[in-house]
Ligand binder design. Structure first.
Ligand SMILES: [Zn+2]
Length: 402
């Protein structure tokens, strides 16, 4: 159930526990009062002394029983144009609007059904993500808040043909202007190829020189657009950081020095472990990895988890991103698998909740993640206490929306 908060109504939520995404702790709350779409007051226990500014408005009382309230989850990296089941079939649907709409509708429902109220798309050449963002904005479809780069930028003839068009450097300015005209929220750039599942540590080559990437980042920033960089090797991560990108996606095999640089520059990291780990769920007899490939995947996952742990200790801003739509990664449920991997990396549930809520909101430019008066009433509710067991987030069943 998705409850859309109506700015013309007053609300009283009777809650169980309330977890703030900023402090990552339980706050003393029994009731949350909402007016004008904002949290107006939080009172302990049965305290009902709060008075609405305009008491003549319709009052909606919601008793959430024992449910725990927390800020919405945010997925910082998805591909709405892909379903995570069958790449070729999804690509064929790009030419079939009715089939495509059905696919995306079900992806958006799965996303909301897992308490994920905002996603940032990683781009697709056909602009599918951007198109469906508009369907949600205009109310033709029900879905989370969507941030979209439209199509990604990449070097002609290199990796990423399904993500974006090849752009020659002399067309950069014109292309960025076109993206602005298309109404994108950000720019996505492909800095490297993809991680190999067959040979440990191998990643497709870096696509840009420092001068070229600097021009892309400066061009995006000059137009007021943040930039999300697909960078899968340490060399690509370094190049992206030096150019001043806002977020580094994937970052397999990045070094401690790169993490230090990330912390110093304030760039965020979206580690996307599940697209690698998901392949381990597939048995060899069903087309899954053979033993040598399995060993490569396991080592790659273990290294990424070790670096996630290190990133937290160095103060890097981590955003949770699934690359949903990539092979084996489903929209919605892939997020819980990614969080379970963060737990395996040794992060405390409180830290994971901060990454999943507040950090994600900041990366998407949303004023969510903190539950206190004056903030938007962007909330979800789950059974159990995710600070004790992060798996409680699986039960997101009742959403109080933005
Ligand atoms: Zn991606």
């Amino acid at each position: 159930m998705l409850i859309k908060i109506d700015v013309n109504k007053n609300y009283i939520l009777k809650t169980g526990l309330v977890i703030d995404g900023g402090q990552c702790c339980i706050i003393n709350a029994g009731r949350i009062f909402i007016e004008d779409g904002l949290i107006a007051a939080i009172t302990p226990g049965n305290d009902t002394s709060f008075r609405f500014t305009d008491p003549s408005r319709e009052l909606v009382c919601l008793d959430l029983g024992e449910l725990t309230v927390l800020p919405p989850l945010v997925d910082c990296h998805v591909h709405l144009a892909l379903d995570g089941k069958d790449f070729a079939a999804a690509r064929r649907r790009w030419e079939q609007p009715i089939e495509m709409a059905r696919q995306v509708q079900s992806e958006l429902a799965d996303t909301l059904g897992h308490g994920i109220l905002a996603v940032r798309d990683g781009g697709d050449r056909a602009g599918i993500g951007l198109y469906f963002r508009e369907q949600v904005v205009t109310g033709s479809m029900v879905g989370p808040v969507i941030r979209s780069p439209g199509f990604a930028l990449r070097k002609p003839g290199t990796y990423g043909s399904f993500l974006g068009r090849g752009v020659e450097m002399d067309q950069l300015s014109e292309t960025l202007d076109q993206l602005v005209q298309n109404g994108v929220n950000l720019v996505k750039v492909i800095v490297s190829g993809v991680v190999s599942f067959k040979e440990y540590g191998r990643v497709g080559p870096v696509q840009y020189t420092a001068t070229e990437l600097n021009a892309i980042v400066q061009g995006a920033h000059a137009r007021g657009l943040p930039i999300m960089a697909h960078a899968s090797s340490d060399a690509a991560v370094r190049l992206a950081l030096e150019a001043g990108v806002d977020t580094v996606e994937h970052g397999y095999f990045l070094s401690r020095e790169s993490l230090q640089q990330m912390a110093a520059r304030g760039s965020a990291w979206i580690p996307t472990v599940i697209p690698v780990a998901a392949r381990l769920n597939c048995r060899a007899e069903d087309g899954g990895p053979d033993r040598p490939e399995r060993l490569v995947l396991e080592r790659t996952v273990d290294r990424q988890l070790a670096m996630i742990n290190e990133a937290v200790s160095l103060g890097v801003t981590l955003g949770v991103g699934t690359d949903a739509g990539a092979s084996g990664v489903r929209h919605g449920s892939g997020y819980l698998e990614e969080l379970a991997l963060y737990r395996r990396a040794g992060l405390a549930p409180a830290e994971i909740i901060r990454c999943a809520t507040l950090n994600g909101a900041r990366i998407l430019g949303l004023d969510w993640g903190v539950i206190k008066p004056g903030r938007p009433a962007a909330l979800i509710a789950v059974a159990g206490n995710p600070l004790d067991d992060i798996a409680a987030l699986e039960t997101a069943q009742n959403m109080l929306s933005y």
